[in-house]
Design a protein around this ligand. Structure first.
Ligand code: SF4
Ligand code: SF4
Length: 351
């Protein structure tokens, strides 16, 4: 597997990484062969997070005895120094490692959170201290919001950024990726398959191959998925005319309802987390049902039912999405699935 230098970290990582969210849906026995197969195929970069429930622990078990072959990235969503310090200890314990190659601030998508973690005595200081002790080797950030991501990269405090990038949501190519190149910040590409909305892996991966210095981390649940992706990586890099046509067709079909999570539609007058609701189907594909239907994850959907139909969000959406209609569709979809799930739970508890 071809390797790429991850910005100024100088880490040489495989051109494709392993996204550790979907393995939460598997049992421990199912997880280990999937991770091991990925390593066999030459993947040496695995990304996980404190809040991916079982993911860190299972990855830890799967890489037992193979630590030297793996570059591990994990993250904490905490903005509080004490809590983050606890998350870091927990990650080391769950992964069963002495150090983490890349520790990332998870999902910093507003300026206040960025300022908070970077403030003197804040969470960044905890990670810098851990870095001086060798527990953390490099420091990164993940974000969904372009302006925040650009500011974070420009601070010079982060060696990597993880940001959504795919042929549907390709805004990062305009400014963020060039800025990363200029400042030596490694670009890790989350949602290479548009959060599961694109099922044509060939087109999705070949599009990303046009950016030779970025590292896509598709979420992997089955060995067959990573085998297919590695195969595409090893085939011709250039997209054929037919593949380009496929890409345009998919873009056209999805474009009318694909939420880019840019949050330009905010603030919603009813405080509805619009992008979270509109991208809920992606969470459904990645999370175990018990977690997906748990009350905290259902909250945004219930909130969406309070939409007052004011239409202000639609005037601000740069993609002209019919947000009100899409919210209603999401509510119907979610409630229908939830009813089915609850029925299944009840019938299995009666058996
Ligand atoms: S139309 Fe609904 S979702 Fe949009 S701003 Fe108004 S209340 Fe919020
Ligand atoms: S609804 Fe439109 S403005 Fe809001 S996050 Fe999605 S794409 Fe962005």
């Amino acid at each position: 597997m071809e390797k790429v230098r991850l910005g100024r970290t100088n880490l040489m990582i495989s051109r494709i990484g392993f996204g550790g969210i979907p393995i939460q849906r598997l049992t421990e026995a199912e997880t280990i062969p999937v991770v091991r197969r990925s390593l066999e195929l030459g993947i040496n970069f695995i990304d996980t997070a404190n809040n991916y429930t079982t993911s860190e622990e299972r990855i830890g078990k799967a890489i037992k005895g193979l630590r030297q072959n793996v570059i591990i990235a994990t993250k904490s969503g905490s903005r509080d120094p004490l809590e983050l310090s606890h998350h870091l200890e927990l990650s080391l314990k769950r992964l069963d490692v002495d150090y983490i190659d890349l520790y990332q601030f998870h999902g910093i998508s507003d300026f206040a959170s960025l300022d908070k973690v970077l403030a003197p005595g804040g969470a960044m200081d905890v990670v810098v201290k851990a870095q001086s002790r060798g527990i953390v080797r490099h420091i990164g950030i993940s974000s969904h919001q372009m302006d925040v991501a650009i500011k974070a990269v420009a601070t010079g405090r982060f060696e990597t950024i993880m940001f959504p990038f795919n042929f549907i949501s390709s805004e990062a190519a305009d400014k963020l990726i060039p800025l990363c190149r200029q400042l030596g910040v490694g670009f890790i590409c989350m949602k290479p398959m548009a959060g599961g909305m694109v099922d044509n892996a060939n087109v999705a991966i070949k599009y990303l191959r046009q950016f030779p210095d970025i590292v896509p981390i598709p979420g992997i649940e089955k060995a067959a998925e990573i085998e297919e992706i590695v195969n595409i990586m090893q085939g011709p890099a250039q997209m054929t005319a037919a593949e380009k046509r496929d890409m345009e067709r998919i873009k056209e079909t999805l474009g009318a309802h694909f939420c880019h999570r840019c949050d330009y539609c905010q603030p919603c007058t009813m405080k509805i987390p619009i992008s979270t609701v509109l991208t809920h189907q992606s969470a459904y594909r990645r999370l175990p049902p018990a977690r997906f239907f748990s009350p905290p994850l259902g909250e945004p959907i219930e909130k969406a039912a309070e939409c007052s139909d004011c239409g202000e969000c639609e005037q601000r959406c740069p993609y002209h999405l019919p947000i009100r209609k899409l919210l209603k569709e999401q509510i119907t979809w979610y409630r229908g699935l939830k009813r089915e799930y609850e029925k299944q739970c009840t019938s299995s508890s009666l058996k």
